[in-house]
Design a protein around this ligand. Structure first.
Ligand code: MLC
Ligand code: AMP
Length: 510
């Protein structure tokens, strides 16, 4: 018997409503896209990719501003059976050079503004095709696609075939590409559709970037798999969100978005009267934010937990019959996800004990792109993925994240790996060593503070160090403060005591 097509796009398309002329996406600059527009434009883009005669499994790397067309390019890549590789627009040339060299994409799509340097890097890495796409529907990609047919049958894919690669930084060394399959993405999207009660008439406000799990998969797949309209915002603007809330039923955001919405007097019970669900994740949601939201809006935020390698892992209950939404917890493991809390030796711990979170399920990625050894290290002998997050179960089965074993700062929902920033600082002349620590921040939740030790006789300036970093790294990775000191606190083994530094600087932004 022939196996059904496991192409994720085919499943999303099957959920398009019967009336293809209905509005699928309404943008913040007043454009309406129908479901037919989605169907036709993704077919044209898929035909463009097909015409390039790319090898199977080719990567399509994309660093462009958020736009409906960029989202369509993602869907077209799935449709054509290739592998989507989204890149944060904040990444600068050294970062992009690494991703392109590592992933060896067959096609690179960038903004016209960056075409000069991006195409140079891409051609050097062997990329054959570089197109431009801007957020005003201009660029060579759409010019070329305009000549392609609007009829296209989604390419046959198996559940185990790659759909996307998401780069995620490592505690040591360079970023790793998490390989996600059609099966990973579709199984997770289906589980979330069910768990979060997606229903006819739902309207999602999409205000997140589309180069990470939250905006690209959780929010987008949720709406598409439900045939739901999206109110599409190129950038998060709290006032604009509040203005659109009365037309929406679902909103998803990282905690910073909720903090910024709460700072607006315009956020009232009246504005959220039609809302059904507020979802938060990607970083810890402070209990104060959770409570303030409840008081102001009467809605209880549903917090969930996930990561690039696994998409979503746990969620607080949607249905009150299944339990309350508990602030400070990330809820229960999703159906199909096996989650355990283990000690350092890898032994599962009893309820209430704190340990490393390990997971298994159809949502767990296939491994790191061209890094079999690293992949092996991150899985246990019995096939569980070691998340690097530290947590516990309570007696009712709710999971709480209490820390991380990986040295990671999550700032406004973006990950910053201290080792990467320290590497750049340590290369600067006059620097003996450095440490980057995360400290609490009222807006971003956590931000990086650099503590730099000068070489004897060297003259260093914290502001100057920050200026150099700004010229090399994505803006969200830049430490908000940099202090020059004579030495770092160490334990008797000589290891830098980052906890002590965190403690020393914890009041900096309070
Ligand atoms: C911007 N800045 C940040 C920052 N974002 N600093 C620290 N952390 C951040 N996240 C800084 C810039 O460097 C700049 O500094 C200044 O803020 C203004 O930049 P901006 O681009 O205008 O910022 P803004 O538009 O306000 O962006 C803030 C934000 C954005 C919160 C809207 O960061 C955002 O969209 N975050 C969401 C990230 C996300 O989608 N995460 C999901 C990952 S998936 P200067 O000094 O230059 O002025 C994942 C898995 C899961 O984790 O479970 O979901
Ligand atoms: P990323 O590598 O960008 O996918 O980030 C994933 C990481 O974000 C996870 O490993 C967690 O550390 C963190 N994370 C995601 N959701 C939550 C949450 N609700 N609470 C706390 N941490 C979270």
């Amino acid at each position: 018997m022939p196996r059904p097509n496991a192409n994720l796009f085919a499943a999303l398309r099957a959920a398009f409503p019967a009336n293809l002329d209905a509005v699928a996406i309404a943008t913040d600059n007043g454009l309406n896209y129908s479901w037919r527009d989605l169907e036709r434009a993704t077919a044209m883009l898929a035909n463009l990719l097909k015409s390039l005669d790319l090898p199977a499994g080719s990567r399509i790397a994309v660093q462009v501003e958020k736009s409906v067309e960029a989202m369509m390019l993602y869907l077209a890549t799935l449709r054509a059976g290739y592998v989507f590789l989204p890149l944060n627009t904040a990444y600068q040339s050294a970062e992009i050079e690494y991703f392109i060299a590592n992933a060896e994409p067959a096609v690179v799509v960038c903004s016209a503004r960056n075409f000069g340097w991006v195409s140079k890097l891409a051609f050097k890495a062997g990329t054959q095709h570089v197109y431009t796409l801007d957020d005003d529907r201009r660029g060579s990609l759409l010019d070329r696609a305009a000549h392609c047919s609007d009829q296209h049958t989604p390419v046959e894919r198996q559940a185990d075939d790659l759909a996307a690669i998401l780069y995620t930084s490592g505690t040591t060394g360079r970023s790793k590409g998490a390989m996600l399959t059609h099966g990973n993405l579709l199984s997770n999207a289906r589980v979330l559709k069910d768990c979060w009660g997606w229903r006819p008439g739902d309207v999602l406000i999409h205000a997140l970037p589309i180069f990470h799990v939250h905006g690209l998969f959780v929010a987008l797949h949720g709406a598409l798999l439900n045939g739901s309209k999206m109110i599409w915002m190129a950038k998060f603007d709290p006032r604009q969100v509040i203005q659109k809330l009365p037309e929406a039923t679902v909103f998803m955001g990282v905690p910073t978005l909720y903090v910024r919405l709460l700072a607006e007097p315009g956020l009232t019970r009246e504005t959220v009267r039609n809302m059904r669900l507020f979802v938060a994740g990607s970083a810890p949601l402070l209990i104060e934010t959770f409570q303030a939201w409840q008081q102001r809006t009467g809605h209880t935020i549903l917090e969930r937990y996930g990561m690039s390698e696994t998409i979503m892992l746990t969620s607080n209950p949607y249905d009150p019959a299944k339990g309350e939404r508990r602030g400070g917890t990330v809820g229960f493991p999703l159906p199909g996800v096996s989650l355990r809390v283990c000690d350092e030796a890898g032994q599962p711990l009893p309820v209430g004990d704190i340990g490393g979170i390990q997971v298994q399920g159809p949502n767990v990625f296939k491994g790191y792109w061209r890094m079999p050894e690293k992949t092996k290290e991150e899985f246990t002998a019995d096939g569980y993925f070691k998340t690097g997050d530290v947590g516990k179960f309570d007696a009712r089965g709710y999971v709480s994240i209490v820390g991380r074993s990986k040295d990671l700062i999550i700032s406004g929902g973006y990950n910053v790996y201290p080792a990467e920033i320290e590497g750049y600082i340590n290369e600067m002349s006059g620097v003996a060593e450095s440490a980057l620590v995360g400290v609490p921040h009222p807006d971003f939740g956590e931000v990086g503070v650099a503590v730099v030790v000068r070489k004897p006789g060297a003259v260093l300036d914290g502001e100057q160090i920050i200026a150099v970093l700004k010229s090399k790294l994505a803006n969200f990775k830049i430490p908000k403060k940099c202090y020059v000191v004579d030495d770092l606190p160490r334990n008797t083994m000589g290891k830098v005591q980052k906890n002590q530094l965190r403690d020393q600087y914890k009041q900096l932004f309070s």
